[in-house]
Design a protein around this ligand. Structure first.
Ligand code: GLP
Length: 236
């Protein structure tokens, strides 16, 4: 595992955006694994600005999102598809037909679909306060594939800020599995702000165990943890 610590969240965002931009320059038909949440939002904004300013081409890029809520309509403001549309897809030229989300209709085939496209070249990840990656909650098997997950109460509570109330937060989601994520050729996990300091310390110190889903990433041969000072506060 490589750990990079930047002074600010802004620098973390620029680093991630530049990784994506460079990757697509190098390989125009790159397969990207994409995350939602507040952490990558600034990076996506940076990618959109760079697209406009520098005439980039994303027309051959294929994207696989990590997860999607169950029971939230596709065009609801709370769906991750809508998040991606607003955060990134509206501002660059990836054709709709090359943007994949895990759904009830394709979940059994999602891992195969990724494989058929040559596998994920660059996977972006965030981390939940309980150590989840995508929606793989603590206790998820390291062998897991894309499937339906019951969301932890703590996850529903944290994500309730995006909904009218906690009662509106779905109880289930569809998520890439941990084995699915681990097949990516390169993985970057970004964590910013003080609220992530505790889980980041746990991640760095812990052994590899299924109660801390992100811990498996430490065995990946091309894994980088990208932090701002605040998230890195408690690590040596
Ligand atoms: C959500 C998502 C994850 C995301 C995580 C952290 O529940 N399913 O993919 O990485 O929580 O979110 P944030 O970046 O808002 O802290």
């Amino acid at each position: 595992m490589k750990i990079l610590v930047f002074d600010t969240k802004q620098e973390v965002s620029e680093f991630i955006a530049n990784k994506v931009i460079d990757q697509v320059q190098k390989k125009p038909d790159t397969v990207l694994g994409l995350a939602t949440g507040s952490t990558p939002k600034e990076a996506y904004r940076y990618i959109k600005n760079d697209y406009k300013q520098n005439n980039r081409d994303y027309s051959k890029v294929i994207t696989f999102n990590l997860d999607e809520y169950l029971g939230v309509l596709k065009d609801s403001i709370n769906s991750y598809r809508q998040y991606m549309k607003e955060a990134l897809f509206e501002g660059i030229n990836i054709p709709n037909s090359q943007q994949y989300f895990p759904l009830k209709t394709n979940m059994k085939n999602y891992d195969n679909l990724i494989k058929e496209h040559g596998g994920v070249d660059l996977q972006l990840l965030g981390i939940g306060l309980n150590g989840h990656i995508a929606f793989n909650e603590p206790g998820s098997s390291f062998q897991s594939k894309t499937r339906i997950i019951e969301l932890d109460e703590s996850t529903r509570k944290r994500n309730s800020k995006y909904f009218r109330s906690i009662d509106h937060v779905p109880t289930q989601a569809i998520s890439m599995g941990i084995s699915t994520i681990m097949k990516a050729k390169e993985i970057i996990l970004a964590a910013t702000s003080e609220v992530k300091a505790d889980i980041i310390k746990q991640l760095v110190d812990s052994n590899i165990n299924e109660n801390l889903p992100a811990s498996i990433l430490k065995t990946h041969e091309n894994f980088t943890l990208v932090l701002d000072q605040e998230a890195a506060r408690d690590i040596n």
